[in-house]
Design a protein around this ligand. Structure first.
Ligand SMILES: FC(F)(F)Cc1cc2c(N3CCN(c4nnc(C(F)(F)F)s4)CC3)ncnc2s1
Length: 490
């Protein structure tokens, strides 16, 4: 695998953001595939020099350019690239692996090479451990970084069929002549035995949000570049970002957007939306339309089984005090999670729903019930309807799961929220209770949601809470009980 070509080398030494964008444009637009290792080293070097106090020196020649980046020399990058190249080529004897397609053994072997060269023990959740720069200079990678390094390593070996597969909280690889083979290559979460080398679960874990019911983002080489750009982490510390790193990430995401490589990548669209909200670029679409594009992408390509597009959008509405809209986004997020079974691997999304239910919604209730206006969301039946749909989805998520979701800590904010709506407002919401045998149609049996890989399952067990004049479907008994309790109370 050749390293940089002449047109790339000509851009060095890199001194500013436009030159990095130019390098990425060269790599993304030329005939051969973009070189993942080189691009990860370049952005990793820049990120680390601008966010890590302990400046791992890479020939920062004084004085730093007036522009926004420390000078990045070609030689430094080439040395790192050839180090990665030699580690991979040195450890994998290609004579044992017939080409052109990768095998499980090959993928596992590359995963082992990366895995066994990592520092024995380090804080895995630390920032800036996602790039090959971190791997080559600190022998540290986070969960995503290991998966990315395996794909970059397979690219060095010439296996163009090995690609990154991404869920909302995990990463693995697909490979083989029909790209239908899957393999774990990294760990997930804390204290879980890694399953490296195994194919992606069909058992209980298949029902968990972690594997998005087998609707992960399957990357092309160009989308793998989008993943490494998405994984750029501008944070300097808990409260501040390195401005230039955020700007670089935003410019690179717009380049990838314009080239069409974010179309099937909802989280990258969400990342770009967040960056645009902070620093809107002239002549670009509003950030809200990026959140909407992410939702459309998830609905079009991933059968609406991803949660984050709705929580990106809901978070935006919340920050902009658009509470009625936020309730709708969160109810839509809940309609996604209701079709999964909660498993212990799903902590990340559990925390997301917990924060919405027990922090964000109670805050909205507090600020809304202080001032008193007829325009208040407490007067709007559709707000009540969406809140019930939100809570109902979480209840149904718990249904049929081995691990409980709700506990007493959820109940108080929940009842407190519902009781903020007067009975005349609540009465305008039409709730039809699931009749018993209908209710028995849980996620497992009903439709073939999990029985095969795709899922056209209609959501009959879910709940729609809409104003009187619109059709509704049935409701989770616990929500029905709660609303009845509230009306008695009131
Ligand atoms: F590979 C793993 F294991 F890391 C899983 C992936 C995560 C992730 C991501 N994230 C995760 C979600 N994320 C969110 N930030 N805000 C979110 C929301 F809650 F507001 F929706 S979700 C930040 C970017 N952004 C691009 N690609 C990926 S691939």
């Amino acid at each position: 695998m050749a390293g940089f070509r002449e047109i790339d080398k000509a851009l060095f030494p890199i001194k500013n953001i436009p030159t990095v964008v130019h390098l990425f444009k060269n790599q993304l637009e030329n005939s051969t595939e973009p070189n993942l290792a080189l691009l990860s080293i370049v952005v990793g070097a820049i990120e680390n020099s601008l966010t890590c106090r302990s400046n791992i020196s890479f020939q920062i020649s004084e004085p730093v350019e007036p522009s926004s980046l420390p000078i990045l020399e070609l030689q430094a990058v080439e040395e790192m690239y050839s180090k990665f190249h030699n580690i991979i080529k040195g450890a994998v004897d290609l004579k044992n692996y017939a080409k052109p397609f990768a095998t499980r053994d090959l993928v596992k072997k590359v995963s082992d090479v990366i895995w066994n060269s990592l520092t024995r023990s380090y804080y895995k959740d630390r920032a800036h451990l996602q790039s090959l720069y971190s791997y080559l200079n600190g022998s540290k990678l986070d969960c995503f970084g290991v998966a990315f390094a395996v794909v970059a390593g397979c690219q060095v070996l010439g296996f163009s069929d090995v690609h990154l597969a991404l869920s909302e909280d995990h990463a693995w690889v697909v490979f083989g002549e029909y790209s239908n083979q899957t393999a774990e290559v990294t760990w997930h979460g804390k204290g879980n035995e890694d399953k490296r080398g195994q194919e992606i679960g069909r058992g209980v874990s298949a029902r968990s949000w972690l594997y998005v019911n087998n609707k992960p983002v399957i990357c092309t080489r160009h989308m793998e570049v989008a993943a490494l750009v998405s994984a750029i982490n501008p944070s300097l510390n808990a409260t501040h970002d390195a401005f230039e790193v955020g700007l670089l990430q935003q410019e690179l995401l717009w380049l990838l957007y314009d080239l069409g490589h974010l179309k099937k990548y909802p989280m990258a669209l969400g990342n770009l939306g967040d960056l645009e909200e902070i620093a809107p670029k002239d002549g670009r679409v509003q950030c809200i339309s990026l959140f909407n594009e992410a939702i459309q992408s998830a609905r079009s390509y991933y059968n609406n089984q991803h949660v984050y597009p709705y929580t990106y959008q809901g978070g935006y509405f919340y920050r902009h005090k658009m509470y009625k809209e936020a309730f709708e986004s969160w109810a839509n997020a809940s309609d996604v999670i209701r079709l999964y079974n909660y498993s212990r691997d799903d902590e990340e999304i559990y925390k997301e729903f917990l924060e919405i239910a027990n922090e964000l919604i109670p805050h909205i209730m507090k600020v809304e019930s202080s001032g008193f206006s007829s325009n208040s969301i407490l007067k709007k039946p559709e707000c009540f309807a969406n809140l019930l749909r939100f809570y109902d989805g979480i209840c149904q998520w718990e249904e049929g799961s081995a691990t409980p979701v709700l506990h007493i800590g959820w109940a108080k904010p929940l009842v407190n929220t519902i009781s903020k709506f007067d009975s005349d407002v609540r009465a305008q919401v039409n709730i039809i209770c699931a009749d018993s045998d209908e209710d028995k149609h849980s996620k497992e049996t009903n439709g073939n949601f999990f029985n095969n890989n795709n899922y056209e399952k209609e959501n009959t067990a879910g709940a729609k809470f809409e104003e009187k004049d619109q059709s509704t479907s049935n409701v989770h008994p616990s929500i029905e009980a709660l609303t009845a309790a509230c009306s008695e109370k009131l």
